[in-house]
Design a protein around this ligand. Structure first.
Ligand code: SF4
Length: 703
């Protein structure tokens, strides 16, 4: 039996895997009761995670696309590893020689282990010399990351263990449906309520999480920022600002105070559709709790973050928490419920266009010198900041805009199914198809792999060891429980094979423990310092929270940092920043042609682009649907189960109606696990985080 963690979301539930029938026999998932985050509980995705083991669609040989006699693209055909890697390396070398290093791009993922993400970032900067690397985590938590970094000086999803949720008195869940997206976490809500705490949910849909709430407010999609501004307006008006805390621990409040002066409840109602009395009820709850020494916790998630003003909305909720004097208190403060399995670690060690390992910024000379020293290269050889994920995809195969550099002509994709998960997906797919070379490493022929020139079959989670960093900043160890099928290689082996063919300087180990030790050295002294961590420690301690710096040999190990901000925030002066925001609203507003709001999200039985979960027999796969209110259904003359067409300015899709009372009548919801939803979504970007506006656009629905 092997203790490990679920392959999917950021809760990274502990589980056991037991093998029967030899080294390649079936795996059975079991409960790992002593792992504290989930205490043995799993959702149905976790229980069925071993279903891809031995799946008939599992890739076990590289595939290379044939070129037809007339020069056009033929079918994918099996190839040897040497043929596939030689071909990729030769093409990359030629493109680099002809067009410069930025002609080659790398696209990573928030599902990759820390070791893979680190090695991919190093490969891009050292072996390819390209600045063009980013990852799909940009589409997940980047708005909260940007806001957390600016306001609190540190970006760590939760700055406290998840179990602290039970210790608060009022929990505000802004745009989170955790009862459906990470059910084992919902136990904390139940325990909080059992001890008399209250739960507030902000969501345009009455989700299973909202059903457990004491107060549910359903703003019009795209107006969450106005609601937060209105709440702070009432906190100020009630004289409930914790002036002592604000003076001692923060800067910038006066400007924020002025910025919320015009957000009285009736104006909030007009903008958000939330009744003024409900806004007052929320503010009264927060003021009454904090004012009597109680604890308030605000957690944001994708519902309020995946907007063109997502980072402003997070800043506004951080402002509320700071004004009430909460961050740094036990059982209180602000946090972000991260989404992908390693969305947190994925951005700490170099996959992001602007970052180097240890959460260092790539334009910081001291950071470049330190990391270059670990990598054994000249700091001047490291490229600068590249394009963000969507901007990178938009630029593929395109000439430079306004005299800027041309877009990349080749891209290597690890762990991401872009064709399904990118916003404005039809446009993005065309960009992918325009490349001279698209290489995808995956375990199955995902929709993105299917259009690639070279497909590399790689290991899945139960066949490889590596660390992940969960939503709490807890670094945990996924341990291999079984061997991969013949013909399959790990991502680390793929990277090492290409690095060797490209004569890259430095070393590219294929041993995850060695890579982790190097990652620790590269992260030493950075915000996300892992240098005191080893696989043995993580294994023995059920995970360790970063920062965890190395200590001298004659001193005890650093204990890790479960809770941040007790005495000091992450800025040099130790103070948090109040940052004023201004409401603009969604980039696209309903109009005569597109009179409704479209929002997208997840369902319990599927995960992200569905490349894995849609192939697991024991998970329900009813395909996409269009959720709409009975009033809207009557207006459209449709009924439950009838096919509808949803259209936006970017495309359309057809799916059956699901008529429910739990959604606003002016809004429709489509889950994004299947091809279709993201053909509709808007690629408007948040100016600070470069997060696309997945969560709202204008749409038309016809029967
Ligand atoms: Fe896996 Fe997330 Fe479900 Fe836990 S909640 S079993 S980590 S998908």
């Amino acid at each position: 039996m092997t203790t490990t963690h679920c392959p999917y979301c950021s809760l990274q539930c502990g589980m056991t895997l037991t093998r029967s029938g030899g080294p390649r026999g079936p795996l059975e998932v079991g409960a790992w009761e002593s792992f504290p985050v989930n205490e043995g509980a799993l959702c149905r995705k976790g229980w069925t995670a071993a279903g891809l083991r031995g799946h008939r669609e599992r890739l076990t040989t590289p595939l290379v696309r044939e070129t037809l006699p007339d020069g056009t693209r033929g079918e994918l055909r099996p190839a040897s590893w040497d043929e596939a890697l030689d071909l990729v390396a030769d093409r990359l070398r030629d493109l680099r020689a002809a067009h410069g290093p930025d002609a080659v791009a790398v696209f990573g993922a928030g599902g990759l282990t820390n070791e893979k993400g680190y090695q991919l970032g190093k490969f891009a900067r050292v072996a390819l010399g390209t600045s063009q690397i980013d990852y799909n985590g940009r589409w997940c938590m980047s708005s909260a990351a940007s806001a957390g970094l600016r306001a609190l000086g540190v970006d760590r999803g939760l700055p406290f263990p998840l179990a602290d949720v039970e210790r608060t008195d009022v929990l505000v869940l802004a745009g989170s449906n955790l009862a459906e997206t990470m059910p084992p976490a919902a136990r904390h809500l139940d325990r909080l309520r059992a001890r008399g705490g209250r739960v507030v949910v902000l969501d345009p849909r009455r989700t299973p999480t909202a059903d457990r709430a004491d107060l549910h407010l359903a703003p019009v999609p795209g107006t969450d920022l106005a609601l937060a501004l209105g709440v702070l307006h009432l906190v100020v008006a009630a004289g409930a600002v914790d002036e002592e805390y604000v003076a001692a621990r923060t800067t910038g409040f006066d400007e924020v105070r002025r910025s919320v002066a015009a957000w009285w409840p009736e104006r909030v109602e007009r903008v958000t559709g939330v009744a003024a009395d409900e806004v007052r009820a929320l503010a009264d709850l927060l003021v009454g709790t904090a004012g009597t020494g109680g604890r308030v916790m605000v957690l944001t998630a994708r519902g309020v973050e995946q907007h063109s003003q997502g980072s402003d909305t997070v800043l506004a909720w951080i402002n509320v928490a700071l004004a009430l004097g909460q961050p740094g208190r036990p059982g209180a403060g602000y946090g972000c419920l991260t989404g992908q399995g390693n969305g947190q670690g994925g951005r700490e060690h170099g996959q992001k266009a602007d970052q180097l390992p240890g959460y260092r910024m790539i334009d910081d000379p001291a950071a470049r010198a330190h990391v270059a020293g670990v990598w054994g290269v000249d700091p001047a050889s490291l490229p600068g900041k590249g394009r963000s994920a969507y901007e990178l995809l938009e630029a593929l195969g395109q000439p430079g805009v306004d005299g800027g550099p041309d877009g990349p002509r080749a891209m290597l994709v690890l762990g991401s199914n872009i064709v399904v998960s990118a916003p404005n997906a039809t446009h993005v797919t065309r960009r992918l198809e325009s490349l001279d070379l698209l290489v995808v490493a995956d375990m199955v022929l995902s929709e993105t792999a299917a259009i690639a020139d070279v497909v590399l079959p790689v290991t899945q989670w139960s066949e490889e060891t590596g660390t992940m960093t969960n939503l709490e900043g807890r670094v945990i160890l996924r341990q291999a429980a079984t061997r991969p099928p013949e013909g399959v290689r790990s991502d680390l082996e793929v990277i090492a094979g290409l690095a060797a063919r490209l004569d890259a300087p430095g070393t590219f180990s294929t041993d995850p423990e060695e890579v982790f030790a190097e990652l620790g050295r590269a992260s030493a002294g950075g915000k996300a310092d892992y240098s005191g961590l080893t696989y043995d420690r993580i294994r023995a301690e059920h995970g360790v929270f970063w920062p965890c710096p190395a200590t001298p040999d004659d001193e005890p190990d650093h204990p890790g940092t479960p809770r941040l901000f007790a005495d000091s925030f992450g800025h040099a002066d130790g103070r948090a920043r109040f940052l004023a925001t201004e409401f603009r609203g969604a980039a696209e507003q309903p109009c005569d042609d597109y009179p409704l709001h479209l929002t997208t999200g997840r369902v319990l039985g599927q995960y992200q682009s569905g490349a894995q979960t849609r192939r697991i027999r024991d998970l329900p796969d009813d395909g996409p649907f269009v959720e709409l209110h009975p009033m809207l259904a009557r207006r459209l003359g449709t009924a439950d189960g009838e096919l509808l067409t949803v259209s936006t300015r970017r495309g359309s899709m057809r799916a059956p109606a699901r008529v429910v009372e739990t959604i606003r009548p002016d809004t429709v919801f489509v889950p994004f696990h299947w091809v279709g939803a993201n053909r509709l979504t808007n690629d408007a970007l948040d100016p600070a985080s470069r997060m696309p506006e997945f969560k709202v656009c204008a749409a038309a629905v016809t029967a």
